[in-house]
Design a protein around this ligand. Structure first.
Ligand SMILES: *Cc1c(COP(=O)(O)O)cnc(C)c1O
Length: 497
C-alpha cells in the first residue's frame, strides 16, 4: 500500500515514509492510494481479540511495509494497562436507549489523543529504522490543549527524538496548561503563543515547509516530523476504535452483524471523524456520520452549504479543543470525494490560504451530505446538556462530549432516526472541571483546579485519574511565551541552529 499527497497524486511513498515525513513537501497530506477493505466476518472476529490484536489486524491493512512483528511491537507497547486505566482500552457506556458513549479517554492524559499518541512514537521510531534514516526526529506540535500533552507524554525520553509544543496562551484550560508545563523528559519543550490555535498551527506548518529551515536541520543531522493529525500515523490508530466498537457491540448482542450505526464525533481538526469515515469505507456499516461543532461552526456551515469560510470571529468556548476554524483533515476527505483530483485540491486550499474561503461543486456537496450531517451547539446548550445527562443518568460528560450529545439529541428530534448510535467521548470530565462543575451545580467560583477536581469527585463519584492527581505536587518547568512572528526563530534557537 502506497501513500499519495492530496496536492500531488504522482507522489508515491511507503507508510513508513509517510509517517516519518508527516506532511508532503507540496503542503498536501498523505493518504493511502486506496481504502483497504474489511469483511463483516473479519469485523466480527475482532470481537474475540484484545485491543492490541484488533489494532494489529487493522494496521496490517494500512502499514503493509511493516512486518507482523513490528506491528505487534507497536500495538503491544501502546495498548496495555501500563498506559491505560482499563483493559478494554476504549470503554463503551450504555447511555440511553440506542446510544452508546465510546469513552476514548482512559489513557495517560485523559483525552482521546492518547489513543493515537501512545502508539505514534513506536510507529515513528520503527519507521525511521525501516527506511535507514540516521536522523534525529524533531516533533513540532501545535495544540489546542490535548494533543500537546498527549504528544509530550508519548515522546518524552524516546531516544533520537525531540519534541516542541506550542499552545495558545489564553486558549487552554487550567488543567491542560498545568499538564503541559510540568512535563518530565530531557527531550521536551513547551511554549505558549500570543494568539489562537490557528496561529500556532499555521506557524508550525510554515516552519515544516520552509526549505531553508529544512536544510539547516538536515545539515545538522535532524529532520522534522509531525504529531498533529496531519500525520497519517495519527489517523490510522483512530480508525481502529470504530471497528473495535462495532465488533464489541455485535459481541455484546447490542447490534447484529450488518446493522448500520450512526457515529457522532465532537470535531475540531476533522481527524477523529475522518477516521470514522475511513472505517465506514473499509466496510463498517454506517448510516450517518454526525459532525458536532461548538460555536466555531465552520464545519456545520460547510456541510450544509458546501462553502468553507473561515472569515469569521474566532470564539473561545468551554470546549477549547474544538476551537478551530481551519480543519486540516477536511483536505483528505475532499481528495477522496473528488476521486483524487489533486489540481482541484490545490485550487481550493490555495483559496483557503489566500482568501479564507472556497466552495465545492454541487457534486462534491451531494457526496458530502450523503455521509455527513453537521450540527453545532453553544456554550449555554453544552452546559445544559451536561446538567441534563447528569440529572437523568448520573453520567458526567466533559464539555466536548456534551457538544456531541446535544448535537445528536437535536438530530434525533429533527429526523426521528432511531439507528443505534455511538457517541465519541473525547475527554475525561476532570480535564474541564470548572465548566463541568458550573454546569452541574451552578457555582462558577474561582477555586484552584485541584479543589475543583476534589469537588467534581464528590459530585460525580468518578475516581480521580492518577495522572491528574499527581500534577498537584509538580513544579512548572516551562514558562516561555512568544509572539507568533517569533516562532521560527524560537525553534531554531532551541535546536541550537
Ligand atoms: C482534539 C479534540 C477534539 C477534536 O478532535 P479532531 O480530531 O481534531 O476533530 C475533540 N475533543 C477533544 C477533547 C479533543 O482533545
Amino acid at each position: 500500500m502506497n501513500y499519495k499527497s492530496t496536492r500531488d497524486s504522482s507522489v508515491k511513498i511507503s507508510a513508513a515514509q509517510a509517517i516519518v515525513q508527516g506532511i508532503s513537501a507540496d503542503g498536501g497530506l498523505f493518504v493511502p492510494e486506496e481504502i483497504p477493505q474489511i469483511t463483516m466476518d473479519e469485523i466480527v472476529a475482532l470481537g474475540d481479540m484484545s485491543y492490541s490484536e484488533r489494532a494489529a489486524f487493522v494496521f496490517s491493512k494500512y502499514l503493509t511495509d511493516f512486518t507482523e512483528a513490528e506491528i505487534r511491537y507497536c500495538t503491544d507497547n501502546a495498548y496495555s494497562t501500563k498506559n491505560f486505566a482499563t483493559e478494554n482500552i476504549a470503554e463503551i457506556s450504555h447511555l440511553f436507549d440506542g446510544a452508546y458513549v465510546l469513552e476514548l479517554w482512559h489513557g495517560p492524559t485523559c483525552a482521546f489523543k492518547d489513543m493515537a499518541l501512545q502508539i505514534l512514537p513506536y510507529l515513528l521510531t520503527t519507521s525511521v529504522k525501516k527506511i535507514n534514516l540516521n536522523k534525529k526526529v524533531i516533533i513540532l506540535v501545535a495544540t489546542s490543549g490535548d494533543t500537546g500533552k498527549a504528544a509530550l507524554e508519548g515522546f518524552a525520553d524516546v531516544p533520537d527524538t525531540e519534541i516542541m509544543v506550542f499552545y495558545p496562551r489564553d486558549g487552554v484550560s487550567a488543567m491542560q496548561k498545568r499538564q503541559m508545563i510540568t512535563q518530565d523528559g530531557a527531550n521536551v519543550n513547551v511554549c505558549s503563543i500570543k494568539g489562537n490555535f490557528d496561529d500556532c498551527q499555521n506557524g508550525v506548518k510554515k516552519i515544516f515547509t520552509d526549505e531553508d529551515v529544512k536544510k539547516k536541520l538536515s545539515d545538522n543531522g535532524m529532520m522534522f516530523s509531525s504529531a498533529n493529525s496531519i500525520n497519517w500515523g495519527r489517523l490510522a490508530p483512530q480508525i481502529i476504535y470504530y471497528l473495535s466498537t462495532y465488533a464489541q457491540l455485535v459481541k455484546d448482542g447490542e447490534i447484529k452483524a450488518g446493522d448500520k450505526i450512526n457515529v457522532v464525533v465532537p470535531t475540531g481538526n476533522f481527524g477523529n471523524i475522518l477516521a470514522a469515515y475511513y472505517a465506514k469505507n473499509m466496510g463498517m456499516p454506517v448510516n450517518k456520520l454526525i459532525c458536532a461543532s461548538n460555536s466555531n461552526k465552520v464545519l456545520t456551515d460547510f456541510i450544509n452549504t458546501g462553502i468553507y469560510d473561515r472569515n469569521r470571529d474566532f470564539i473561545t468556548t468551554i470546549s477549547p479543543s474544538m476551537d478551530i476554524l481551519i480543519s486540516s483533515n477536511l483536505e483528505r476527505l475532499l481528495y477522496i470525494l473528488t476521486d483524487g483530483n489533486d489540481a482541484q485540491i490545490r485550487e481550493w486550499f490555495g483559496a483557503l490560504a489566500s482568501s479564507g474561503r472556497y466552495e465545492v461543486s454541487e457534486d462534491v456537496k451531494a457526496k458530502l451530505q450523503a455521509d455527513f450531517v453537521g450540527g453545532f451547539c453553544t456554550d449555554e446548550e453544552t452546559k445544559a446538556t451536561i446538567k441534563e445527562i447528569f440529572d437523568k443518568y448520573s453520567y458526567t460528560l466533559d464539555t466536548h462530549s456534551a457538544v456531541a450529545v446535544k448535537v445528536y439529541e437535536d438530530y434525533k428530534a429533527k429526523t426521528g432516526d432511531n439507528t443505534r448510535t455511538v457517541i465519541a467521548s473525547t475527554a475525561s470530565p476532570y480535564k474541564f472541571s470548572a465548566s463541568v462543575l458550573e454546569a452541574i451545580d451552578g457555582k462558577a467560583d474561582q477555586a484552584d483546579e485541584y479543589e475543583m477536581v476534589e469537588r467534581l469527585h464528590e459530585v460525580s463519584g468518578y475516581p480521580i485519574p492518577k495522572s491528574l492527581a499527581e500534577l498537584k505536587n509538580k513544579a512548572a518547568r516551562f514558562t516561555d511565551s512568544i509572539d507568533k512572528s517569533e516562532q521560527e526563530a524560537y525553534v531554531l534557537q532551541k535546536l541550537g541552529l
